[in-house]
Design a protein around this ligand. Structure first.
Ligand code: NAD
Length: 499
């Protein structure tokens, strides 16, 4: 049995608490490793060291820090296959999807290669008589990141790139279900030239998280995970005087207008609804066709596409559309929610509950399910299922569709499929959701834009990556300066060295 470690002060360090969690292989249901769960003392020692290192790293010129990001980007590219395999082994997603996970994180590192530009301040010449003003962006100090299981590479990279290139040091607590990728990324960062102790990867559960939230040295907390934990972490971090940005769960709707290309909409829904077994915060889990004809047409197109989906372990190669879900508890919860949908009167058109894969009977596989005639009072509509389940809610007109999306408590992403620019524009302007796709199913913004939901999908100010991340990970200091008398009052005529 492999025993994983922490990565502290530039080296792998075994856990000292005596507590461990099992890291499962979701495709087989077997324990493949044990990950240590850090104690308060381990966290506090790692934070103290990160604070020392920050004094040097924060004073390193921004271009030198950016060069570490350049080398890191090269190393990620070189190790793409290895990282993807490592990630799939613990998460279960297919290899092409795992490469996408690494790639979308790498793209944030690419933006961080230009961090000096993002860190420049502002200057006002002669704001008053002989008075100049300038502002500078200074790093916060030691920051913490707490990340979820569903993007083991991308989300840690979203956090570490901006935080480190802005001159902070970081404690990263990855999901204890998928710890290996973050540990490997820390090794690559060391190889890229990051000083030891600037990125401490500490594995753990609630005890470690609470220790980070209560540690007085930690200046900011970046969290991604489920909404109840996001809300908890936001409250505790901010009550302790820290900056916090906490991104939570989602229930993303796609509105399909009567003028939409239904084949394209159905293709998009299948990918966005069932890709990664629906375990994406930007998955489309609710289809909202407008009008009966659209709803019937969409259903007719979705059924064969959903029934043809291939489910299997990542080791089966590129032929598989999605893999298992993350845990046995998750599998049971998803199947239970599907059951509740049937009990509460939704129309289960494709039933994935009894899916079994020969040779992988103990794996956490869930077949694809598709419900029609879902209503907003049903649990399958209200809960974030986070599994391969697509719900179709029928509405009569555009305003009803818009109201449905706006009344939902989550506001991460949404999409509209239509051939009419005016409707698309109206939707994008009025909807109270952070990321909108127009004829585009998963509108995760590119890395030089910025990612963040609204409503219960995010707590705190500022988004992840892009310019907002550099605002989050720096403090602005503004200097107003005036010089009374200088050399011009009494010139010196000798040619001499500056000393
Ligand atoms: P989770 O909330 O269970 O765990 C996230 C992190 O919080 C993990 O590191 C975990 O160890 C820690 N944690 C869990 N319980 C805790 C507790 N009681 N106290 C302190 N820390 C705790 O989330 P998950 O299951 O790993 O990830 C799936 C969720 O993440 C989904 O809801 C998904 O929508 C969301 N997500 C959101 C985004 C986004 O950007 N909005 C992106 C990806 C995933």
């Amino acid at each position: 049995m492999q025993e994983l470690s922490h990565f502290i002060n530039g080296e792998h360090v075994p856990g000292a608490s005596g507590r461990f969690a099992d890291v499962m292989n979701p495709a087989t249901g077997e324990v493949q490793a044990k990950v240590p769960l850090a104690s308060v003392a381990e966290i506090d020692a790692a934070v103290a060291k990160a604070a020392e290192v920050q004094k040097v790293w924060g004073a390193t010129n921004p271009q030198k820090r950016a060069r570490v990001m350049m080398k890191f980007g090269q190393l990620i590219n070189q190790h793409m296959d290895e990282l993807a395999e490592m990630l799939s082994r613990e998460h279960g997603k297919t290899i092409p999807d795992a490469k996408g996970d690494v790639q979308r994180g790498l793209e944030v590192i690419e933006v961080c290669m230009g961090a000096p530009h993002m860190l420049k301040g502002e200057f006002t010449d002669s704001g008053g008589p002989g008075i100049d003003l300038h502002s500078m962006r200074q790093p916060l100090g030691v920051v913490a990141a707490i990340t979820p299981f569903n993007f083991p590479a991308m989300i840690p990279l979203w956090k570490m790139g901006p935080a480190l290139s802005a001159g902070n040091t970081m404690i990263l607590k990855p999901s204890e279900r998928v710890p290996s990728t973050a540990l490997r990324l820390a090794e690559l960062l060391k190889e890229a030239g990051l000083p030891d102790g600037a990125l401490q990867v500490i594995n753990g559960d609630k005890e470690a998280v609470d220790a980070l939230l209560d540690n007085e040295t930690i200046q900011a907390v970046g969290f991604v995970g489920s909404t109840p934990i996001a809300q908890y972490i936001y409250s505790r971090a901010t009550a302790n005087g820290k900056r916090a940005q906490c991104f939570g769960g989602a229930k993303n709707h796609m509105v399909i207008m009567p003028d939409a290309d239904l084949d394209k909409a159905a293709d998009a829904l299948v990918g966005a609804g069932f890709g990664a077994a629906g375990e994406r915060c930007m998955a489309i889990s609710v289809a909202v066709p407008v009008g009966k004809e659209t709803a019937d047409g969409l259903r007719d197109r979705l059924i064969p596409r959903i029934e043809a989906l291939k489910i299997g372990p990542y080791t089966s190669g590129d032929d598989v559309d999605f893999g298992p879900v993350i845990t046995a508890a998750s599998q049971a919860r998803i199947n239970g929610l599907v059951e509740s949908g049937v009990d509460q009167g939704a129309n289960l058109i494709v039933d994935g509950r009894d899916f079994k894969l020969q040779g992988y009977e103990n794996g956490y596989f869930v077949g694809a399910s598709y419900f029609d005639d879902v209503t907003p009072d049903m649990d399958i509509y209200k809960e974030e299922i986070f599994g391969p389940v697509l719900c179709q809610v029928r509405v009569d007109d555009y305003e009803e569709a818009l109201k449905l999306v706006m009344d939902n408590e989550y506001g991460n992403g949404t999409a509209i499929y239509t051939a009419d620019g005016d409707t698309a524009r109206d939707y994008a302007n009025r909807v109270n959701v952070g990321m909108v796709g127009i004829n585009f199913p998963i509108p995760v913004p590119l890395s030089y834009h910025t990612f963040g939901g609204w409503k219960k999908s995010a707590f705190g100010d500022l988004n992840q990556y892009g310019p907002d991340a550099f605002r989050f990970y720096t403090r602005t200091k503004t200097v107003t300066s005036r010089w009374f008398s200088g050399i011009k009052e009494g010139g010196e005529f000798n040619f001499k060295a500056m000393d």
